[in-house]
Structures are given as structure tokens and as C-alpha cells.
Design a protein around this ligand. Structure first.
Ligand code: FAD
Length: 411
């Protein structure tokens, strides 16, 4: 779609939040356009065929809190298959790598850590989650590794109040065709301008002027859904400036998680939907999903500063690390059985600059600050604005719907 010169509502970003906002405005009588810098919709939801028989979600893959996840209903409506196989995260497929007794000890230690943090959060005083690790506990590095997957960051940079606010119902499903593919189908009816990078939102006049890589347009109202790191870095600028938004975005940085997909020769030797951890006594390690959906592949997951170091080492480093870890656990034969297909590089992605948001200690309140409208004309959505489903795709989508509701109320 070519860029109109004026519109009632401009939505910036065609990720889950932007698409959620656009779909919610469908029958509002307001003219709408979604401005998207990339050549595709979905943002951090992105499914590719890593091989003809291997579906790979480079971004979100799990319908977290599936019993409260608005994408579940959407998938049903669109007739898109949902897979309800339980995630293997708490299990380990090979006892030799992580014996059951050790596993039970670890689970007890991590559950006790979460209980202590939850108890501390009741005081209403914020602090770093790492303060609730038991000093000297042998499982601390591994608990921190889990934080790098869940928060994209080590615990010393994670607020306990924010961690406590996150709502996890413990039910996690998947989309067989890919979560990104579901978003694409959901967004299909949206009025959209791709390859349109917004650089400036000028709200000094009676109408909001939006400068983009495809020219300028004006809007009565704007919904901003770009990831926090872009607001924090002022990669998208406001005039007059919005220092409270920039500060809030800086308090809610995107942590990092990266995925790698490896093709697997002789897949029958490994269990379908199994799990393997690269190590048990350190933080810098991958977590491996064996044969997701029974496909002939292994999907690796790396998080936090280790993922950052691997990305910084250059393309192929994530895959090389994954193969080294798997070969160390299952035997050297796996070096020849595994072939790198694809890996994400979310920190180096100019329109994401990370994977998902967490609040820094002392900054749990920043989510509400970021979400608040400005002058009844600028509205904010995106996963980081969700009060309790932040860091997720459904939290992002719901926030878009919330911002659309605010627009309609301010009509
Ligand atoms: C590796 C990984 C694994 C994940 N796993 C899960 C999971 O299992 N389950 C889950 O629920 N969530 C998961 N997530 C998180 C989930 O993907 C995100 O929270 C969600 O997709 C964010 O949606 P959003 O609309 O807020 O932001 P985005 O999807 O980032 O959308 C923002 C859009 O704005 C665009 N944009 C940026 N700058 C500009 C600009 N200047 N002009 C125009 N457009 C711009 C971007 O290109 C993007 O399309 C994962 C994320 C990653 C990276």
C-alpha cells in the first residue's frame, strides 16, 4: 500500500501489538495505516522454513499462559492447528547428562529461589532478583542460566517486583505452522505500508507529522509500538522530546535470547520433543529442544550475556557452540549428524535490538509510565507496556487492543 498523506490513526510497527491495534480499529470508522520498517509483518514473531520439512520460529514460539492467551482463540478462528504437547523444560532426556537426583535437587533449589523472591516482593520494595539466590548454593549458576532464557538477562539486572508481576499460568502450547505464521494470517486484513521506517514523530502542531523513509504524512493520533531499545536509543525521535518515555524505555531494556536450528541426521535415535541442557553447573550454556514436533532437527536456545558474546563473535558462532555442547553430551558422532540451518541475531537486528523486555531493579513502575497516553494523541503499546504479560506475543497483542480502545475513547 502506498503512503497516504493523511490518516486518522497511524500505527507504528506491524508486530503483534501493531496488528492487535489495527484489527481492533477495523470497524471504528477511523482511517488507519500501519507503518512498518521491515518488508514483512510480525516483528519479533517470525516463522521461516529452515528446510522444506522444518518449521522454525526465529522469535516467539510458545503460546505462554495458553488458557489466557488471546492468540489461541485467534488461531482457532483462523483454523490454524495448535499443538498441546507439554514443553520439556523441566525434563532431561538423557539421565547421564543430568541424573534424576541432581535434577530433583536443582528443581527444589530453583523453586525455593522463586518462593523467596515472591515473598520479598510482598514488601513492595524493589531489588535485584540475584539478592534472593542462596549464597554458596551450587545451583546458582544454573538458576541464572534459566533467567537468561526467561528474562534474556542475568538476575542481577532483573527487578523482583517486575518478576512477581508476570502472570504465568503454566500452560504452554505451540502453533504447528509457527507463531510468526499465525501473526501473518492475523494481520492479513490490516492496511499496511511496509519498508516504511519512521524517524520522527512531530507532535508540536495541530496534527501529528510523521517523517518516514517513504515520505511524510500527518495523523490525528499515533500508536507507537516499537521495541523499548529503539525508544531508549532515540532511533525513533519525538518533537517535542518525551524524556519520561525515553527514561521508562531505558528502565525496560530488551534482554537477549537467540535460537539456532540444526538439521539432524538419523533423528530416530533421539526422542521427539525431548530436552537437553548444555551443562548443569554454569550460566553460559544452551538449552536444546530435541526434534520439536517430531521434526528431524534440534533447536538451541541461548540467553543473556552469553548470547550477546556469541552474536558478537559473528554469524555461525551460535551454531558452532550448540554443536560443541551437544557433541560433549551425546558423543562426537553428533558433529557429523548435525548441520546448521539458521540462527537468530536479535541484538544485531536494527528494528528489534534485543529479544524481550525486563525491568531493571527499581524500574518495575516504568511499564505503566511507558503505556500512558500523551495529550490524548500519542498512545503506546508493545510487549513492554503489558502489566503482567510483558515479554510475550499475546501481551503485545493485547496491549495493541488496549491502545486502540484509548484512541476510540479520545475520538
Ligand atoms: C528468541 C525469542 C523468543 C521468544 N519466545 C517467545 C515465546 O515463546 N512466547 C512469547 O509469547 N513471546 C516470545 N518472545 C517475545 C515476543 O516475540 C515479543 O514479545 C513480541 O513479538 C513483541 O511484539 P511487539 O509488537 O511488542 O514488538 P515487535 O514484534 O518488535 O514489533 C514492533 C515492530 O516495529 C517495527 N519497527 C521498529 N522500528 C520502527 C520504525 N522506526 N518505523 C517503523 N517500524 C518500526 C519493527 O520492525 C517491528 O515489526 C520471543 C522473542 C524472541 C526474540
Amino acid at each position: 500500500m502506498s503512503l497516504p498523506s493523511e490518516v486518522d490513526v497511524a500505527i507504528i510497527g506491524a508486530g503483534a501489538a501493531g496488528l492487535g491495534a489495527a484489527r481492533a480499529l477495523e470497524n471504528s470508522g477511523l482511517s488507519t495505516i500501519v507503518l512498518e520498517a521491515r518488508d514483512r509483518v510480525g516483528g519479533r514473531g517470525y516463522t521461516i522454513m529452515a528446510a522444506p520439512n522444518i518449521t522454525f520460529d526465529l522469535g516467539c514460539g510458545w503460546l505462554h499462559s495458553a488458557d489466557k492467551n488471546s492468540f489461541v482463540k485467534i488461531a482457532k478462528r483462523l483454523n490454524i492447528e495448535i499443538d498441546k504437547t507439554r514443553p520439556p523444560w523441566r525434563e532431561q532426556s538423557f539421565d547421564a547428562a543430568f541424573p534424576p537426583k541432581e535434577r530433583a535437587d536443582f528443581i527444589e533449589a530453583i523453586d525455593a529461589f522463586y518462593d523467596r523472591a515472591e515473598e520479598a516482593a510482598k514488601s513492595g520494595r524493589d531489588s535485584a532478583a540475584s539478592a534472593y539466590l542462596e549464597p554458596g548454593n551450587r545451583w546458582n549458576p544454573m538458576i541464572d542460566a534459566i533467567s537468561t532464557y526467561v528474562n534474556g538477562s542475568e538476575l542481577d539486572r532483573v527487578s523482583i517486583l517486575d518478576m512477581d508481576a508476570y502472570e504465568d499460568t503454566g500452560i504452554n502450547w505451540r502453533v504447528r505452522r509457527g507463531y510468526g505464521a499465525l501473526m501473518t494470517a492475523y494481520g492479513a486484513p490490516c492496511p499496511l505500508a511496509l519498508n516504511t521506517q519512521v524517524t520522527l514523530i512531530d507532535h508540536s502542531g495541530t496534527r501529528v507529522r510523521i517523517e518516514t523513509s517513504q515520505g511524510t504524512l500527518t495523523a490525528s493520533k499515533v500508536i507507537v509500538t516499537v521495541p523499548t531499545n529503539l525508544i531508549a536509543d532515540e532511533a525513533i525521535r519525538f518533537h517535542p522530546t518525551l524524556p519520561a518515555k525515553v527514561d521508562a524505555a531505558r528502565g525496560l531494556p530488551l534482554g537477549l535470547a537467540d535460537k539456532v536450528m540444526l538439521a539432524l541426521d538419523q533423528p530416530e535415535a533421539l526422542p521427539k520433543d525431548g530436552n537437553l541442557r548444555g551443562a548443569t553447573m554454569r550460566t553460559a550454556m544452551g538449552s536444546f529442544h530435541l526434534r520439536p514436533f517430531g521434526q528431524p532437527c534440534i533447536e538451541g536456545y541461548f540467553g543473556g550475556s552469553f548470547a550477546q558474546a556469541l552474536e558478537d563473535a559473528g554469524r555461525g558462532a551460535v551454531a558452532a557452540q550448540a554443536i560443541n555442547e551437544i557433541a560433549a553430551l551425546l558423543g562426537n558422532d553428533y558433529r557429523r549428524k548435525l548441520k546448521p540451518l539458521s540462527e537468530s541475531r536479535w541484538a544485531h537486528d536494527p528494528f528489534a535490538r534485543g529479544s524481550y523486555s525486563h525491568a531493571l531493579p527499581g524500574h518495575a513502575g516504568d511499564r505503566a509510565v511507558l503505556a500512558a497516553p500523551v495529550d490524548g494523541r500519542l498512545f503506546f503499546a508493545g510487549e513492554a507496556t503489558s502489566p503482567n504479560f510483558f515479554s510475550t506475543a499475546h501481551g503485545a497483542r493485547d496491549s495493541g487492543e488496549r491502545a486502540a480502545g484509548e484512541v476510540i475513547r479520545n475520538k
